[in-house]
Design a protein around this ligand. Structure first.
Ligand SMILES: N[C@@H](CCC(=O)N[C@@H](CS)C(=O)NCC(=O)O)C(=O)O
Length: 224
């Protein structure tokens, strides 16, 4: 399927109180947690692409049993595109990027693309892997906050030289880190002054229309 025709009406439906009739719609359906940083990544990609899609809100505090039917790990996000069912945010996002190539979010050449995948892996291990203790208020919460703070501070000088994670262009790396940057206040993570270039970069991402459109009402109130 090509890029959306200018004249075709854009369908961006958000389904609250979902009736969970997956697989029947011709549109892509994203089962998305309203506060979930991983679902947030997929919503950003969908809104950046400006394609027709449906986001189905999943209340994580009252998770429907049906999620376990489509994802053996019983987690969101889950993407259903006719008979294709995908889970894991980065896998979902690469699929959307390949299916709707404009604007392309993964780098076009194999070497830079491989580097991007490697960085996505590092981001999971060094940053997003420390979110759970914070979300669940576990005993290791302070260590997790400090770890994320230090890794982000190390990244910061890069943004004095370049506009985005991979250079000048907005890419999948920016999509992947944005939900964490948006949640820093919410997670109680305070960055030092040296991280000013990173926060300037974050503001650039937050002002993108695709980013603004992708925010759920619960996410909008996460940032002061
Ligand atoms: N690695 C997964 C992480 C997904 C994840 O942890 N999702 C959380 C919400 S943010 C979830 O569904 N947890 C199950 C639950 O809360 O019951 C991905 O990238 O999609």
């Amino acid at each position: 399927m090509g890029h959306r025709e200018v004249t075709a009406p854009l369908v961006r439906k958000v389904v609250r109180d979902a009736d969970y009739s997956w697989g029947t719609s011709a549109m892509m359906n994203l089962y998305s947690g309203t506060t979930c940083p991983f679902s947030h990544r997929c919503r950003i990609v969908l809104y950046e692409k400006q394609m027709d899609f449906q986001v189905i809100d999943v209340d994580l505090f009252n998770k429907p049993e049906d999620i376990a039917v489509i994802n053996p790990y019983n987690r969101v996000p889950v993407l259903v595109d006719r008979d294709l069912v995908l889970y894991e945010a980065n896998i979902i996002n690469e699929y959307i990027d390949e299916r709707f190539p404009h604007p392309q979010l993964m780098p076009p050449d194999p070497q830079t693309r491989a580097r991007a995948r490697q960085l996505l892996f590092t981001m999971e291990h060094e940053l997003f892997g420390f979110i759970e203790p914070i979300e669940r208020n576990m005993k290791t919460i302070d260590k997790a906050r400090a770890h994320i703070r230090d890794r982000l501070t190390e990244l910061s000088p890069m943004f004095s030289k370049q506009k985005h994670m991979l250079g000048e262009e907005f890419s999948m790396l920016d999509v992947a880190i944005a939900p964490l940057l948006w949640r820093l206040d919410h997670y109680g993570i305070e960055l030092p002054k040296e991280a000013a270039p990173l926060m300037k970069y974050a503001e650039r991402i937050f002002s993108r229309q695709g980013f603004i459109d992708a925010l759920t009402p619960s996410e909008k109130i996460m940032r002061r």
